[in-house]
Design a protein around this ligand. Structure first.
Ligand code: AMP
Length: 288
């Protein structure tokens, strides 16, 4: 069992072994395909966490062991303000428990559903946070490959946290696996070609569009049509809502078929739209 530290401001709590006995389990905060997520408090320190309890039976059923192993290895090694921390994990006969940072805010996709689309200030703040997180991941040779609103959580300050590393991979070599969600797939993945870090830059373009217009840019009822539109980079900007030329410029520079020509993460952070609108604190709670 790996046992990283469960840390609190000014306090490091190193443990060799964790068990469910170490936590007071609170309310159910979510349920996924493999198990349930509870609010919990570590008894000794009072530190609040989210405890994800995964049933081994479900892992067997969906043959998800390798995914979960990769997710734990990668997420457990990361420490960034916009990446959800995985503090520790442990298991018993029937369950695997992940001790996660608690994201007290809303799920980003639900917020987007409610607001229909985001203001340029909110959208640019999320894009800047995501870009910083991806720059950190890429530096550690991690390609996320599945950035989408469903994998993004918000903390109590409204700061964005990348929460799911099920499709992430740690490698500097080009990859071939087709993965991720259709709407967010880069052309090289749709065409099952080798792909690298630049797939995440493409996805930032898709997300930026979706944040501002409320729908991803190549969305179609039929999956085949979505694939075709992605491959052609059939990008259209509707007349409403009104979106600034700078925002459209950033999207157009990310949704570029040739992956080597996509705007770099550093250039995204220096783009006029980001500089003009994004809140440097990354917090969106006070925004409309
Ligand atoms: P998952 O099994 O990862 O899909 O999680 C199911 C649901 O639990 C998510 O959609 C979130 O609403 C919630 N959730 C998961 N992890 C956390 C967390 N660390 N903090 C707060 N809510 C979470």
């Amino acid at each position: 069992m790996a046992a990283p530290s469960l840390s609190q401001e000014g306090r490091e709590n190193q443990r060799e072994e964790w068990s469910l006995e170490d936590f007071e389990i609170g309310k159910l905060i979510g349920a996924g395909k493999f198990g349930k997520v509870y609010l919990a408090r570590e008894k000794e320190s009072g530190f609040i966490v989210a405890l994800k309890i995964i049933f081994k039976e479900k892992l067997d059923k969906y043959q998800y062991h390798n995914h979960l192993r990769r997710e734990i290895e990668i997420q457990g090694s990361l420490e960034h303000p916009n990446v959800l921390r995985l503090y520790a994990w442990f298991h018993d006969e029937t369950r695997i428990c992940l001790v996660l940072e608690y994201a007290a805010g809303r799920e980003l996709y639900k917020l987007l559903q409610d607001l229909k689309c985001f203001s340029e200030k909110r959208a640019s703040t999320y894009i800047a946070s995501l870009t910083k997180a991806l720059a950190y991941l890429h530096e550690k040779q991690v390609i996320h490959r599945d950035i989408k609103p469903e994998n993004l959580l918000l903390d109590s300050e409204g700061r964005l946290k990348i929460a799911d590393f099920g499709w992430a991979v740690q490698s500097s070599a080009k990859r071939h696996t087709m993965c991720g969600t259709i709407d967010y797939l880069a052309p090289e993945m749709v065409e099952k070609k080798a792909h690298d870090y630049a797939v995440d830059n493409w996805t930032l373009g898709v997300l930026c569009y979706e944040f501002l217009y409320g729908v991803p840019p190549f969305e179609e009822e039929d999956q085949g049509n979505t694939f075709r539109r992605i491959m052609k980079v059939d990008l259209k900007f509707p007349a409403t809502p009104y979106i600034s030329t700078e925002a459209k410029d950033l999207i157009s520079k990310l949704l570029v078929k040739d992956s080597s020509q996509r705007l770099s993460l550093q250039k995204i952070l220096e783009h006029p739209w980001i500089l003009k609108h994004a809140d440097p604190s990354g917090s969106c709670n006070a925004m409309v």
